[in-house]
Design a protein around this ligand. Structure first.
Ligand code: UGA
Length: 425
């Protein structure tokens, strides 16, 4: 194989059809590459092959899926002819940041099994978020157990993704940068060539540095949020508007205005988990990352602020509390680590009943909380009090007059409520 692939016509295999793998596969197909998507989940495979709505909500994904040629399969042998094999399986971490790497290990073993029969060179590129050192210490040894040698028989890269859920297609096609951690120059050259048409700055580095860039990026985004929440908590005490403070700070281009929206904190499948992975990796390396631990602690405390504020205005025992928003952010049906989980549980523990509305995330939330009521926005508005937990656009137009509202996401219109409190303003 050439060390430079055609930027618009390479053979690519993507392992894992979650939001990262599916978006990566569909976008690479859109760029002209021959893509095979491999997953162990037959339902996902059928959905992709029948161009059906993917199980995850991602803006524009179903439409793009309908436009491109992409084959999905559970048969790893389909990647026999691939020049690049992206590993995009999900990684999970427990509360202490220990990574459950079963999917990664399983996928890598299957890749090794198939590729021991292959003679031509290819590159394995890890996109899954992994702990510091895992590509070298886990992925490469499994691949080499096939009898093939990294650097001569195959190449290895670690190329983290920076895809926001809900806007992942846009982010893939318009990357701020592409990070290529390379085992050696040949591996990196090949991975660079497939990204050429995206016209983004490329930073080439070693495998460990690329892993750390991913973790440090998410940790920094989380830091900005916990920082502005702390400033917000102080501002609320002092009667200062945090959002004006954030606006003023953000005008300094060393700080930047993004990720300074104070509220109930960060959720989702990435920020909370990646901080835990980084903390755990630091401890294993013999360093106590007190600052990073505090970011997570602050975030957990912040989620309970709306409940504490509500208790100033009503007795929770026996009250019916309406919830606007269950997804961890707007534009997705994902509730992983959503602040709504912590808040709904706290309300139930206090003896309140909960009536909730979300435009996309009800089905997922119902699996966790089958006993609460899932209702329309009108019904939420007729509850004893209302908590706003996700800034869905439709919440900007509701009629809050006469209500008691605790706002976790700064919905300006809700200020018309009879009693209105923002968590940090
Ligand atoms: C995050 C990163 O933004 C992506 O760059 C990264 O690729 C992705 O994780 C990942 O590692 O795969 P995502 O989890 O989709 O993306 O969510 P974000 O848009 O970052 O929002 C995370 C949380 O922070 C949400 O709960 C949101 O409500 C909260 N947030 C965000 C705030 O509370 N304030 C802000 O100013 C911004």
């Amino acid at each position: 194989m050439n060390d430079k692939l055609k930027p618009d016509n390479a053979n690519v295999a993507v392992i894992g059809a979650g939001y990262v793998g599916l978006v990566t596969g569909v976008c690479l197909a859109k760029l002209g590459h021959e893509v095979v998507l491999i997953d162990i989940d037959e339902d996902k495979i059928q959905a992709v092959n029948h161009k059906k709505a993917p199980p995850i909500y991602e803006e524009g994904l179903e439409e793009l899926l309908g436009q491109v040629h992409i084959e999905a399969s559970s048969d790893y042998r389909k990647m026999m002819g691939s020049d690049i094999i992206y590993i995009c399986v999900g990684t999970l971490a427990d509360d202490s940041g220990n990574i459950f790497s079963e999917h990664l290990i399983d996928a890598t073993r299957k890749i090794a099994e198939v590729l021991k029969e292959r003679d031509s060179y290819y590159v394995v590129a890890v996109k899954s978020t992994v702990g510091p050192g895992m590509t070298e210490e886990l992925v490469i040894p499994i691949l080499e157990a096939s009898g093939k040698k990294a650097g001569s028989d195959f190449g290895v890269c670690m190329s983290p993704e920076f895809l926001r859920e809900g806007q992942a297609i846009y982010d893939f096609m318009n990357p701020s940068r592409i990070i290529i951690g390379e085992y050696d120059k040949r591996s990196g050259d090949i991975l660079c060539s497939i990204h050429e048409s995206l016209n983004a700055p490329i930073l080439r580095t070693n495998l460990r540095t690329a892993e750390m860039i991913k973790l440090a990026t998410n940790a920094f985004l989380a830091t900005k949020i916990s920082f502005i929440n702390e400033i917000g908590n102080i501002c609320k005490q002092l009667g200062i508007d945090t959002y004006d403070v954030a606006r003023g700070m953000g005008m300094d281009d060393r700080i930047g205005s993004k990720f300074l929206s104070a509220g109930i904190g960060f959720g989702g499948s990435c920020l909370p988990k990646d901080i835990r992975i980084l903390v755990s990796g630091a401890k294993q390396a013999g360093y106590q990352p007190e600052f990073l631990e505090e970011i997570s602690t602050l975030n957990e405390k912040q989620a309970l602020k709306p409940v504490a504020l509500l208790k100033k205005h009503i007795t929770l025992k026996g009250a019916t509390v309406g919830i606007l928003g269950l997804a961890f952010k707007p534009g997705t049906d994902d509730i992983r680590d959503s602040r709504a989980i912590i808040i709904v549980q706290a309300l139930l523990d206090e003896g309140a009943s909960v009536s909730a509305y979300d435009p996309l995330a009800v089905d997922n939330f119902r699996k966790l909380f089958p006993g609460i009521d899932y209702v329309s926005t009108e019904e939420v508005l007729s509850c004893d009090a209302i908590l706003i937990l996700t800034e869905w656009p439709e919440f900007y137009d509701l009629d809050y007059r006469g209500k008691i509202v605790i706002d976790g996401r700064r919905i300006e219109k809700a200020r018309e409520a009879r009693i209105y409190e923002g968590v940090c303003w």
